[in-house]
Design a protein around this ligand. Structure first.
Ligand SMILES: [Mg+2]
Length: 339
């Protein structure tokens, strides 16, 4: 039995901007668990907002890797990870959980979604992100996305010029479904001012308008808004879902912040029990991480899985996209291959 890992840099084809930052390079770590000649792989996509960097991933991986001894003992893996690091390092935990799941699926020759008994329903059409940039650049991104066949766009906002951006993009793309993500950057008064604009340009939903810990503000906004309000940065842990049910209409699940596919599945079921809409989201990730998220997307209302589509150098292949439509992965394990 061996567990190895490799750190690599993913590069986006264009600089990727949100309210907090703009980056073109994304450090990722690919974990490989091997036993009896069978391999399971996982991806760690650390995000500084959740307290992770390449340095923290490299620092804790040797310790957390000790928890992966029996790939079939998923509860034992979770307990072992929590015992070593109770609260943090979700992307590392995600990578190890992914590796255990793929090893089990590969050992019985199945895709992971079949191993887990998940619905074979088609995946919701994914949004494609228009990243935050100058207005001309955002217009260009929108025109290119529409020309490439995308019909669902997620616009990154969180500036003083958001009204002008939204009006311009709606002009560029009158027929697409428009979603908005403010990445926690609006103040309460700004968010209230934006409600009329969101409604006027027919936004499908608004993601994380206010600060992550401002549940009171989100609850108030939800009461005033005709547009659904979806939590992303406010959701760090499975258990957060319960507290979010009053303040939001839906939640954005990402494997890398929740600690893996099984944790995301637990959050998904908790969200459904509380009447919340559910989106399957992602970080900037290779097709390995995106495939793992896609395995759960058939259970969700919305999908935002374009992370690998934005890359110039995706090291994995095997996912089949037609614009925003991702075919359910059918191969063994996560259904993607290196190269
Ligand atoms: Mg978001």
């Amino acid at each position: 039995m061996t567990l190895t890992w490799e750190t690599l840099d993913l590069h986006t084809a264009q600089p990727f901007g949100i309210a907090r930052w703009t980056h073109s390079v994304y450090p990722r770590t690919i974990v490989t668990f091997t036993r009896d000649g069978i391999v399971g792989r996982g991806e760690a996509a650390p995000n500084a907002f959740y307290g992770e960097t390449r340095g923290t991933v490299e620092a804790v991986l040797p310790l957390l890797a000790e928890a992966l001894t029996d790939p079939w003992d998923w509860d034992g893996l979770r307990a072992g990870l929590s015992a070593r690091m109770p609260h943090d390092h979700p992307s590392v935990k995600c990578a190890l959980e992914m590796a255990a799941l793929e090893w089990c699926a590969a050992s019985v020759g199945l895709p992971v979604w079949k191993l887990l008994g998940l619905s074979p329903a088609p995946l919701p059409r994914s949004s494609y992100t228009v990243s935050l940039a100058g207005l001309d650049d955002m217009r260009r991104q929108t025109r290119e996305a529409v020309a490439n066949g995308h019909t669902v766009l997620k616009v990154k906002l969180g500036t003083e010029r958001d009204t002008a951006i939204l009006e311009a993009l709606r002009e560029e793309a009158p027929d697409v479904a428009l979603r908005v993500d403010a990445n926690a950057a609006w103040t309460r008064p700004q968010a209230k001012r934006m409600l009329g604009v969101l409604d006027a340009v027919r936004v499908e939903f608004v993601e994380q308008p206010l600060a992550a810990d401002d549940l009171v503000g989100h609850a108030e906004l939800r009461r005033l808004s005709r547009v659904p309000v979806v939590a992303d940065e406010s959701l760090h842990h499975v258990r957060d879902v319960i507290a979010l049910a009053e303040a939001f209409d839906g939640v954005n699940l990402k494997l890398a912040k929740l600690g893996g596919p099984l944790q995301a599945l637990a959050a998904l079921r908790l969200a459904r029990a509380h009447g919340l809409g559910v989106m399957m989201g992602c970080m900037i990730e290779s097709s390995l991480g995106i495939s793992a998220a896609a395995h759960l997307a058939g259970l969700c209302d919305w999908a935002d899985l374009d992370g690998a589509l934005l890359l110039a150098d995706d090291p994995f292949s095997g996912l089949h996209w037609t614009a925003g439509d991702l075919a359910r992965p059918q191969g063994v394990g996560w259904g993607v291959t290196r190269g």
